[in-house]
Design a protein around this ligand. Structure first.
Ligand code: GTP
Length: 243
């Protein structure tokens, strides 16, 4: 389709400056089509976070090209590029303020309705409403008064309120139980149609229903396909599945 949110990796290699020159990503080629959910799986250190960090240009490919909506990201104004996407980092960053301020951070013009829809999709609305002050409840420093899974859901809500074309979840549901994680994915399918979603995960259940899954191993793309096809012919995927 001609929808927005397409991402192409073309022969992308990457090494960190001062990283002794070893390649963290080696000749990676794959595409995320508009509206697709693409899972990224691989053992710790395989390069998953580095891979998605190339999309908003946290750093640039050493070789090859990353394209968003068909355009080389190096040719786009970084501000415009980043407006298209929302990234939920591995470690959630909540600040002292209300729940509402935390969700609307970076999108202060969002209405209460938009904020609530984002919180509903992130499966955060119910636990927010259960606290005495609801959206006006104070978030303690670093979010200490919320559980790990609740903090992750608040940061997913913060990402969704920006209405991105591209949503990148970097292991952002690791502390959320599988049933709630499934509800988040169902809500995204229902209310955020057309959203391209990259889902980094440690557990297979998080990605098994993705349109396709990219398997990384020591910086190499060693498999790409659906859960069923990878179970058949990707050894690394089979090993993750059995572990
Ligand atoms: P987990 O988050 O642990 O699941 O790993 P990952 O698959 O996301 O791998 P990641 O992209 O974080 O790391 C890939 C390789 O790059 C590892 O060998 C890291 O040690 C290395 N690395 C990650 N971040 C940096 C950095 O900022 N500087 C340098 N020099 N190396 C880094």
């Amino acid at each position: 389709g001609d929808g927005k949110g397409r991402i192409d990796f073309e022969h992308v290699s990457f090494s960190y400056e001062g990283g002794h020159g070893e390649s963290v990503l080696k000749d990676i080629t794959f595409s995320c089509l508009p509206g697709e959910t693409v899972g990224i799986i691989g053992s710790t250190g395989s390069g998953k976070s580095s891979l998605v960090g190339l999309i908003p240009r946290f750093y640039d490919a050493t070789k090859g090209t990353v394209r968003v909506d068909g355009v080389d990201v190096r040719e786009v104004d970084p501000k415009l590029l980043r407006e298209k996407m929302a990234i939920v980092p591995q470690k959630t960053v909540l600040f002292t303020g209300t729940v509402k301020e935390n969700i609307r951070w970076g999108k202060e013009e969002a209405t209460d309705e938009e904020m609530e829809l984002a919180a509903r999709m992130a499966q955060a609305h119910d636990f927010i409403e259960r606290t005495p002050d609801g959206y006006q409840a104070r978030v303690g420093q670093g979010g200490i008064n919320f559980s790990g899974g609740q903090k992750q859901r608040l940061s997913i809500a913060r990402a969704l309120v920006r209405k991105p074309e591209i949503l990148i979840l970097d292991d952002s549901t690791s502390a959320v139980d599988v049933a709630t994680e499934t509800k988040i994915k169902e809500a995204l399918r229902e209310y955020a149609q057309g959203l391209t979603c990259l889902l980094i995960a440690q557990r297979i259940t998080s990605v098994m229903d993705a349109d396709k899954i990219v398997v990384l191993d020591q910086g190499e793309l060693v498999g790409i396909g659906t859960h069923e096809s990878l179970l058949k012919d990707c050894r690394v995927y089979q090993e993750i599945f059995q572990s």
